[in-house]
Ligand binder design. Structure first.
Ligand SMILES: NC(=O)c1ccc[n+]([C@@H]2O[C@H](COP(=O)([O-])OP(=O)(O)OC[C@H]3O[C@@H](n4cnc5c(N)ncnc54)[C@H](O)[C@@H]3O)[C@@H](O)[C@H]2O)c1
Ligand SMILES: [Zn+2]
Length: 353
C-alpha cells in the first residue's frame, strides 16, 4: 500500500492506495473518533461490496443507498439523504463515508459539506474515475437542470482510501472512462505520463494490479501538487478543466447517457481541434492524444445527432464562463495548457469534425 499526504491551505489528509488498503479504515476512524458513522453508496456498489465494507465499520453504522447514475446526482437525492440523516439523528459528531464512484463522492461530499454546516467525510472510491481524480481535491456538488455541478462547495475529505480490490468488479467501460482523466493529466501537466500510458496500455487494460496502483498514485500526485498550490481554483488548478468546457456541455446535452470520462474524451478531442485550428497544437500532437483515447476504447467523435447550438448554449451556462465569454483550457503544445476565451464558431467547428 502506498501512502501520501494531500496538503491544502487548511489541512493535510492521508491517501492510501493499494489492494487491501481498506484495512486502514479502522485506523482512520480511530484517529477521527466520530460518534457515529453513515455510509453513502449507490445500490450497485452496495450490492457488490457492502458486505465487505461492513466488516470494516462499526455495527451501528447507518447505510444509506442512493440510486446509481449521474442523473441522480441532484438536489432531490441530496434532500432524501438529509431526511435519512435527520431520521437517524445524525449530527456534527458523525462522519460520512462516501463509498462509490465520482457520482457518490461528489454527492456524499456535498451532503457532508452542508449537513449541520459541515461534517467530516472519508472518500472510498470504487471507480478509476474517482480514484485518479474525483476522490481528492474537495470539489463536491450536484447538478442543476441548467448545468453540471452548478450547486456545490469546496470541502476536503478527512482521509482517502483507494482499495484496488473494490475496483476489480468495475465494468471495462468504467475502467476506460477513468483513463480519460489520466490522459488529461498527461496532456496538461506531464507529457511523460502520456508516454507511460502508451507503454503500459495493455497492462492497464488487463488490470495489472501493480500497474494500476502506480497509475493511481501518479495521477493523484499530479492533482495533489496543483491542489496544494491552488485549492479553490483561482489559478493553476484551472488546467484540470481541459476538455471539460465542451465535455460538460456534451454530458448535459446527451442527458447524462455517457459517462463523465467519455464526455471528457470527446471534449479533449474537440478542444484540441480548436487549438489545432489556432495553430497552438500541432496535428501530430492532436493525433497522438486521439490515438491514445482510442487505444482506451474511448469515444472520440460525438454522436451524430448532437445539435451544436445546444452545445454552445450549454457551454455558456458553464460556471467557467467569465463576463459572458466561454472559457476553455486549450493546449499550446503538450504540457502547456492555457485558459482562453473560445467563440461559438470555434466550438461548432470542432463538433463537426
Ligand atoms: N470532484 C471532482 O473533483 C471530480 C473529478 C472527476 C469527476 N467527478 C465526478 O465524478 C462523476 C463520474 O464518476 P464515475 O464515472 O465514477 O461515476 P459513477 O459514480 O456514476 O460510477 C459509474 C458507474 O459505475 C458503477 N460502479 C461504481 N463502482 C463500481 C464497482 N467497483 N464495480 C462495479 N460497478 C461500479 C456505479 O454504480 C455507476 O453505475 C461525475 O459526476 C463527475 O462530475 C468529480
Ligand atoms: Zn472530469
Amino acid at each position: 500500500v502506498r501512502q501520501r499526504l494531500i496538503n491544502t491551505s487548511q489541512s493535510a489528509y492521508p491517501l492510501h492506495i493499494g489492494a487491501g488498503s481498506r484495512d486502514h479504515l479502522d485506523g482512520e476512524l480511530q484517529r477521527l473518533a466520530p460518534f457515529a458513522v453513515a455510509v453513502l453508496a449507490d445500490q450497485t456498489v452496495l450490492g457488490l461490496h457492502g458486505q465487505t465494507l461492513r466488516r470494516h465499520i462499526p455495527a451501528t453504522a447507518v447505510l444509506l443507498s442512493i440510486p446509481p447514475g449521474e442523473v441522480n446526482k441532484n438536489l432531490s437525492t441530496a434532500a432524501s439523504l438529509y431526511d435519512a440523516l435527520a431520521q437517524a439523528e445524525f449530527g456534527r459528531d458523525g462522519i460520512i463515508l462516501a463509498f462509490g464512484g465520482g457520482m457518490t463522492g461528489d454527492l456524499a461530499g456535498f451532503v457532508a459539506a452542508t449537513w449541520h454546516r459541515g461534517l467530516p467525510y472519508i472518500q472510498l472510491p470504487t471507480t478509476l474515475e474517482a480514484a485518479v481524480d474525483a476522490c481528492i481535491g474537495g470539489k463536491t456538488g450536484v447538478n442543476h437542470a441548467s448545468g453540471k455541478n452548478l450547486i456545490g462547495a469546496f470541502h476536503q475529505p478527512a482521509a482517502v482510501i483507494v482499495d484496488l480490490d473494490f475496483l476489480a468488479t468495475l465494468p471495462g467501460r468504467d475502467l476506460c472512462a477513468g483513463l480519460a482523466e489520466c490522459v488529461k493529466h498527461g496532456s496538461t501537466c506531464d507529457p511523460a505520463l502520456l508516454s507511460w500510458l502508451e507503454l503500459h496500455a495493455d497492462a492497464i487494460l488487463a488490470r495489472d494490479v501493480g500497474v494500476l496502483e502506480e497509475l493511481i498514485d501518479c495521477n493523484c500526485e499530479i492533482k495533489a501538487e496543483l491542489i496544494a498550490r491552488d485549492e479553490r481554483e483561482q489559478g493553476v488548478r484551472v488546467v484540470l478543466n481541459h476538455g471539460h468546457t465542451i465535455g460538460h456541455a456534451l454530458e448535459q446535452v446527451l442527458g447524462y447517457e455517457l459517462r463523465h470520462g467519455e464526455c471528457v474524451a470527446l471534449g479533449m478531442v474537440a478542444e484540441n481541434a480548436v487549438a489545432e485550428r489556432r495553430g497552438w497544437l500541432s496535428r501530430p500532437e492532436a493525433a497522438r492524444i486521439r490515438a491514445l483515447l482510442e487505444r482506451f476504447h474511448l469515444p472520440t467523435r460525438a454522436p451524430g445527432a448532437v445539435d451544436p447550438d445546444l452545445v454552445t448554449a450549454a457551454c455558456r451556462a458553464d460556471k467557467k464562463k467569465r463576463g459572458g465569454m466561454v472559457q476553455a483550457v486549450l493546449l499550446r503544445g503538450l504540457g502547456s495548457p492555457q485558459r482562453t476565451e473560445v467563440t461559438d464558431d470555434e466550438i461548432r467547428g470542432a463538433l463537426t469534425l
